[in-house]
Design a binder for this molecule. Structure first.
Ligand code: NAP
Length: 327
């Protein structure tokens, strides 16, 4: 697969979000199946895996996802760019910020079965903790050889700039898809101008753009789609023009809808790396296959122009606690 740069790191053009094997999309597969699915992605040529200390069933079994990812990469650690994340508490950060970072990271590395992470993100900004202090701590982790690069998730351009000026940021991980385009205004251009990668999470709009979510789809357990406003019964219908647009292009190109939604962002920006998430091996390979779907300039511009004229019904920023950082 083609590669892209996230700051100092080189990753496959499409990465893999591993969250669904533990959290966020309802019933989880067996550990054995999850490991097999991750290994199938690596065999396909995906070199970029995304996890977090927080991904566990109902967020209770902290580290569940990291343990699965750790098992899947055993024996092939060097072939993988491994990204994980932490949530930083106010008290621990005030007491000893570097110590807190080490505490979280050491536990993650232990679960991942490795002695370094390639990319370590702050999962969400803690407004009580100046981002400059976090940046300084992350710089020390880099110097100590424990991480190769660091990043921020759900940040705006101002916070990003403050952090980047202290310790250069390798990647920002924000929500981004054909239906979530706020970051095109400032964050994506800032990243492009400063050699920072932009990792797009929920790039298929939590599955909506695949066309496989219908009014009959049941969301169970901790499935976030119960609350994703774009997927409410009424918005499934109201957002139909997005699907019509994507499926029209998919038909012409002989691809799936999900592949078009990913190929569009790959064509739009050279520094954007989508990390679609799926619990299903076939769909994981389908999504990675979007790296082989090449839109012509005319096809891209047709899609992009049409998208700009569409209105999204229901926005993720209405539910996400990172909302306040959108600009
Ligand atoms: N930084 C953050 O705060 C944050 C937040 C959310 C996610 N993330 C990361 O980003 C990754 C991706 O996010 P996401 O999982 O929300 O993205 P997504 O790929 O937009 O949505 C995942 C949903 O789409 C479905 N899906 C995926 N590919 C499909 C396909 N080809 N055809 C039909 N349905 C498909 C999945 O169902 P099936 O599983 O049934 O295929 C799942 O329900 C996560 O795994 C996680 O690592 C980060």
């Amino acid at each position: 697969m083609d590669t892209r740069k996230l700051g100092n790191l080189t990753v496959s053009a499409i990465g893999m979000g591993c969250m669904g094997f533990s959290h966020g999309y309802g019933a989880i597969p067996t550990e054995e199946y999850s490991i097999e699915a991750i290994q199938a992605a690596l065999d396909y040529g995906c070199t970029f895996l995304d996890t977090s200390e927080a991904y566990g069933p109902y967020l209770a079994d902290t580290g569940h996802n990291e343990k699965i990812v750790g098992k899947a990469i055993q024996g092939r650690r060097k072939d993988v760019v491994l990204a994980t994340k932490l949530f930083l508490g106010t008290d621990e950060a005030r007491k000893n910020l570097y110590g807190a970072l080490r505490h979280h990271l050491d536990a993650s590395l232990d679960r991942l079965g490795t002695d370094y992470a390639d990319l370590y993100y702050l999962h969400r900004i803690n407004p009580e903790v100046p981002v400059e202090h976090v940046a300084e701590g992350m710089g020390r982790l880099i110097q100590d050889g424990l991480i190769r690069g660091w990043g921020l998730s759900m940040v705006n351009a101002d916070i990003l700039q403050r952090a980047h000026e202290v310790t250069p940021v390798s990647a920002v991980q924000n929500i981004y898809s054909m239906m979530e385009r706020d970051y095109e205004k400032r964050v994506i251009p800032y990243c492009q101008a400063h050699n920072i990668g932009f990792v797009a999470f929920s790039p298929i709009a939590s599955g909506y753009l695949s066309g496989k979510v219908t009014a009959d789809t049941r969301f169970e357990g901790d499935d976030v789609r119960k609350w994703v406003p774009q997927l409410s019964r009424e918005n499934l219908t109201a957002n139909r023009p997005f699907l019509d647009l994507v499926s029209g292009m998919a038909e012409r190109k002989g691809t799936t809808n999900a592949q078009i939604s990913l190929a569009w962002m790959l064509k739009k920006y050279p520094h954007v790396v989508p990390i679609p998430g799926s619990k299903n091996k076939g769909r994981i390979l389908e999504n990675l296959g979007a790296s082989q779907v090449h839109l012509t300039d005319a096809e891209f511009s047709e899609l992009d122009t049409a998208l700009s004229a569409l209105t999204v019904h229901g926005r993720r920023k209405d539910m996400d606690r990172g909302t306040e950082y959108i600009d």
